[in-house]
Design a binder for this molecule. Sequence first.
Ligand code: C5P
Length: 315
Amino acid sequence: MTRTTRLSSVRVHERSVTARAPGKVNLSLHVGPREADGYHPLVTVFQAVSLVEEVTATTAADFSLEVSGPGAEHVPLDGSNLALRAARALAEHTGVKLGARLAITKGIPVAGGMAGGSADAAATLVALDALWGTALTRPELLSLAAGLGADVPFCLQGHTAVGTGRGDVLTPAMAQGEFHWAFALRAEGLSTPEVFRRFDDDARTADLPEDADTALMAALRAGDAERLGAALSNDLQPAALMLAPDLAETMDVARAAGALGVVVSGSGPTIAALARSSAHAESLADAFVASGVCASSVCASGPVPGARVVQESLG
Ligand code: C5P
């Protein structure tokens, strides 16, 4: 989009860049005991899915933000917003003295455990890097991303990856084929720190595994949805179910409709149901809504690429 604003006799050319970044589902999520910095060590396998955030960054003297799309009214517009934090972090890192107008179109459920805010940050980083011509290297972008939140590096990277550390240390994973999902969205979100706190309250002794699950990795390599469905797991699921007991019923609906696997996505409350095909994903999504157990449902597939520029209008 290029807009030319007439200011008396001066023509100011606005330049804009649009980037998209995907949401994620954790195919497995192992959580270790809380550490001194408040974070938990994780061993997780991420899959990027085709629910995306779109961020259009337009040249401006200051930073501003507008958000549209489902759940936009729940997104903070102040300095705590991850997209604004990403913009300021990039400006500080590069010494750029410019601002930007950011327009976010949401496609990932808000506070749903699918990294919607992290995708906004990842899309903002690549949009502004292109708009400002700062041409950061991949490692620089990943390091800025990790400073913004545990899931932001994966939203940059996309595809399928094993995450360790806080979930921000990524190793790409081999995966074949396309997997089809139906997601059940809950009217009220869950707070990620609260889910982790509830996890802490449940005394646990299990050690964090050193590697991602062998069965799950083999299913991904083979592109075998049935085996992947059987291998889905999430250590945060009991905590999410304690905070949102209605999710148990939502999961039962997916099982009854023949889902290959059903799991709470990340810290929840979105429920991810793995389908046999895209048509089966549609029927799972219909079953969720027909049962009345959730607010709405949406289908998606994965894996998909990470944050990338989709349109540039450089005046
Ligand atoms: O990194 P991010 O800001 O997305 O994390 C949100 C919250 O989730 C953190 O403040 C922390 O409470 C919790 N968290 C955690 N361990 C992780 C990732 C997130 O405890 N590895």
